[in-house]
Design a protein around this ligand. Structure first.
Ligand SMILES: CC(C)(COP(=O)(O)OP(=O)(O)OC[C@H]1O[C@@H](n2cnc3c(N)ncnc32)[C@H](O)[C@@H]1OP(=O)(O)O)[C@@H](O)C(=O)NCCC(=O)NCCS
Length: 170
């Protein structure tokens, strides 16, 4: 198992090809994908393809979406992490949790430590976060972890608010 980091209530590890069930649970829930420009997942084969083509390749750069578990009971609750978006030439902060885990501060806790990891361990100069303009919970997460508002625009055919954070260790 490749542990990435722990927080007071969570631990994050890399996904593997054996995690199709976890990804399927998350991406087959219409509530989870409500503000995201992605199709619902229906089968493990498709989940495997996303792991193989989208998620695992990011780990070669030490970036990636990492599986998030609660400490103590080791429940899978979602993912959080950093992705290099070549098309936008940026490092994107993302998070996605199962509805049972919403409203407990987990996204804020995981994202805060992800920023720290990106700046302190990976020496990234800048991290960008985007959220659909109606995705209030996600916008609040970006604000609560101290990212700076940069404006509104269209990305992936969606109206989004953009936030950035600059490496404080540079
Ligand atoms: C966005 C998401 C990650 C937030 O996760 P979370 O663990 O519930 O977030 P937190 O508990 O850290 O809460 C963040 C803030 O949003 C608020 N919030 C949570 N749900 C909310 C809602 N539906 N409407 C308004 N505010 C909401 C919380 O109260 C908190 O603010 P507060 O501290 O001022 O009270 C979660 O809703 C999710 O996974 N959604 C589906 C995937 C998604 O949209 N990802 C983001 C893509 S940009």
């Amino acid at each position: 198992m490749h542990l990435v980091f722990e927080t007071p209530r969570l631990w994050l590890r890399r996904f593997t090809l054996a995690d199709t069930d976890l990804l399927l649970r998350l991406n087959s829930d219409p509530e989870v994908l409500k503000y995201l420009h992605e199709p619902l997942l229906h089968d493990e084969e498709h989940a495997q393809q996303i792991l193989r083509d989208n998620i695992l390749p990011q780990y070669f750069k030490n970036l990636g979406r990492w599986a998030v578990f609660t400490r103590g009971d080791n429940q899978f609750i979602g993912w959080c992490g950093l992705k290099h978006r070549q098309d936008l030439n940026e490092i994107d902060l993302g998070y996605r949790f199962l509805p049972i885990a919403w409203g407990k501060g987990y996204a804020t806790e995981a994202s805060q430590e992800t920023l720290h990891h990106g700046f302190h361990q990976l020496s990234l100069p800048l991290i960008t976060g985007r959220a659909h303009i109606h995705n209030i919970a996600s916008i609040k997460v970006l604000q609560k972890i101290g990212m700076q508002y940069k404006g509104e625009g269209i990305v992936d055919n969606c109206p989004v608010h953009t936030y950035t954070a600059v490496n404080p260790f540079n």
